[in-house]
Write a protein of this length. Sequence first.
Length: 469
Amino acid sequence: MLHVTRPIGRKPSGRVLLINPPLEEPHWYGVAPGGEDEVGPTAGTILGWHFTYPLPVGLLRIAGQLLREGKEVYFLDCFSSLPKQYPSSRDRHSPCPVPTVKLTDSWEVRYHHLGLRFEEVDKLLQHVVVDEVLVGCTFTYHSDAAHRVIEIVRKRMPKVKIRFGGIYPTLVPEVARTSQADEVFVGPYPGIEDEALNYEFLGQPPNFILIKGTSGCPQRCAYCAVHKLEGNRFRHRDPEEVFAEIRSKHEQYGLRRVGMWDSNILMQYDEYLGVLLRRLTDTEMPLELTAPEGFDYRLLTPEIARNLKAAGLQVASLALESSDTEYARTRLNRDHDLERLKTAISYLLDAGFEGRCIRLFTMIGLPGQTVESVIRNIRFAWSLGCNATLNVFTPIPGTQLYAESLETLHDLPLQSLHPVFFPCVNDAASKDRLIELMGLGKLDTVHRSQAQSFREVISSPELLAALGA
């Protein structure tokens, strides 16, 4: 729903509308042999939505800055909770007119519209009068829906300036400029790096506290664009301010889950994360920490592992990408030391983490990667008593692997770079096999539901057979 926030104690110096667009999200559907009735939508580990609710971090920070500057802020998040006459748009999906795509003989890709429908966006804007509009877009493969929203805004407000920003416009500005926006903003919005997220702009808060306390990356991984988006120099916020933000949202909204969305959170540990963890441990807030981006195992120490556990971290994810160290070095620009990885895992186990709560991030669908190597990655993780979390590779414009994959991609549109298409895998048989292997990615669920030990689960004949063991 459209939410309006006015500056307190003074007349607004202007009115700005910020929009987080809905999405047209593709999803796997199984097809019965011979083209008979469909089997799907897919369910369980490979079967659920690939999509997760995109909290509009950049737009929320910009909104906070605009409000402090005296602007009246109109915020339209097409995924925030809606009034009672609507179902919650975070979970709402409806059929989408985008044509079905045949992926293999066994699988096809269908699109679903997530969030407010375009006609609802149009209706909400019919009486809005503002001086400027900002539209954000995160993923390059979600660009179509953002362009459609800009088109709606342009028809409703032909003379109002529209600015278009976010990760997608920064990575592919030449494509973003084909929208009807007046300006495409490339790079981070100035002055908002330390801005706390104000959930009041959403009308109703999400069910978690999202924290991004660091930015920048000095590394040059071939698949990653963080250094391009955030710069080469690592920086961090004041950990005391981050702690105050967590405490404020916990007290105001009763939220317990804290997502630390940082790419290099262990860098400068003593100056940032170490201070934050100590403050969280000393508090009586019953928090559950998550770190979706994972940890660099090369920086993990016994002390850090103990502090993470004491502060409430539930699952420890370590970035492996590939257990083939030569491939990781020559194709991914990642130097892996598997013995050092095993040591890091021992630190986590000694700190009290169960093996099923230690996840090794591995990538599938990489250029030149075989299905057999993916199986080796899974078995390697299992041999260490850990979970294997499979992340489908998607080539990000502006990265080294994207440039190297251009011949394979055959000028695919941005929408076809979505992970569900396995854009760097050319043969259907490999795609079938990789989708099958995706079903092995959440064995902790099997463990809980069947009350088996993790070791028993990963040694079951059915799973070994699926891996070709």
